[in-house]
Design a protein around this ligand. Structure first.
Ligand SMILES: Nc1ncnc2c1ncn2[C@@H]1O[C@H](COP(=O)(O)OP(=O)(O)OP(=O)(O)O)[C@@H](O)[C@H]1O
Ligand SMILES: [Mg+2]
Length: 251
């Protein structure tokens, strides 16, 4: 199982929207996918229309439940570990635990049967994100093409460097996905060029446009493929999934 952290410490850039639809696209392409919601806001959990009544990532990190008992089968190829607001209190308590950076990695030990695991990280570089970075091998940065997109990324790159030195030598940025893109806006083109210069071939050729259906689908607890299968947004996520699979085979 290849484990990917989908992150950007900036809030509201489209991480959860991109992560769950990419997961759904990979599942439709025949891959076995596990989505983990690691954000106390539990947005991805709501987007997918699943509930944390039988246990959440909080129970997993606090050792109250085992991963296999809280994984929800959303469809044949798509499974989810949901989050809940209780995670924010738990993060605070877990801070006092020895080995607190290893909790996710240890809790997921032995979980098999998936090709990819995508972790929807919270918009911060706190303990939860560090847990994801300690377990995963790949990082996908999700960026919105706005003014100074690389400003916050410097902090992120610093955090990754520290995690790499102390906790996980294998971690690396493997991709950058641009979302809420509008080709008619000159700034968006310029920002994409800047991001391209900085990250070179790590930037995905497939960009996700700003489309209202992508904001509507979550309120119905549906993926973009379930909500608007004929829309250009579904086509874009199918292409993104294919590019993801191609890139994952090359590393
Ligand atoms: N490509 C898109 N087109 C239109 N709306 C989008 C798109 N991507 C995300 N949105 C909307 O933008 C808002 C923020 O998206 P999302 O929740 O995915 O961001 P996030 O980075 O996960 O936020 P947070 O940092 O709070 O976790 C949501 O209202 C979502 O519906
Ligand atoms: Mg989010």
């Amino acid at each position: 199982m290849r484990v990917y952290c989908c992150l950007n410490q900036k809030g509201g850039v489209g991480k959860s929207t991109t992560t769950y639809n990419l997961g759904a696209g990979l599942a439709l392409a025949g891959k076995k996918v596990l989505l983990i919601d690691l954000d106390p806001q539990a947005n991805m959990t709501k987007f997918l229309g699943v509930s944390a009544d039988n246990g959440s990532i909080t129970d997993l990190l606090t050792g109250m439940k085992k991963a296999k008992d809280i994984i929800i089968r959303r469809s044949e190829n798509l499974a989810v570990i949901p989050s809940s607001i209780s995670l924010s209190g738990a993060e605070f308590k877990l801070f006092a635990e020895p080995g607190r950076e290893l909790l996710l990695k240890e809790a997921m030990d032995g979980i098999k049967g998936f090709d990819y695991c995508l972790i929807d990280c919270p918009p911060s570089l706190g303990l939860l994100t560090v847990n994801a970075l300690t377990w995963a091998k790949d990082i996908i940065i999700i960026l919105q093409p706005e003014f100074a997109p690389l400003e916050g990324v410097a902090n992120l790159v610093d955090t990754i460097r520290v995690v790499k030195q102390r906790l996980n030598k294998s971690i690396d940025i493997s991709g950058v996905i641009i979302t809420m893109y509008d080709s008619r806006i000159r700034l968006h083109k310029e920002v994409c060029e800047e991001v391209g210069r900085h990250f070179n071939n790590k930037v995905y050729a497939t960009k996700i446009s700003r489309r209202s259906v992508l904001a509507e689908a979550p309120s119905h607890g549906k993926t973009i493929f379930e909500y608007a299968s004929k829309d250009a947004a579904s086509k874009a996520f199918t292409e993104l999934s294919q590019e993801f699979i191609d890139r994952s085979g090359k590393k």
